[in-house]
Design a protein around this ligand. Sequence first.
Ligand code: FES
Length: 100
Amino acid sequence: MNPLELADARPGPAFTVTFDGRAVDALPGQTVAAALWTAGVTAWRSTRGSGRPRGVFCGIGVCFDCLVTVNGVPNQRACLVPVRPGDVIRAQEGTGGTND
Ligand code: FES
């Protein structure tokens, strides 16, 4: 069963964002992480030292594993940031700075 049916949710119309240049469908009220998960993307950051993949770990804004770049701003917690129409989302390497 679709989880939206269980909650009797009636979200607004879907819209599109991009993740690393790929079109991703999203719904109003979703976080960036939820939209990426729905699109089958589970990792979008690599660690500073070893470049290991990371995505959502805690899901509540505590661990910072889910950092992502949204509209050119690095270090956004994907599990907390609401996705907006037209967002340009990019995977983040290291600290997200230009000197990494
Ligand atoms: S998953 Fe832990 S801060 Fe986002």
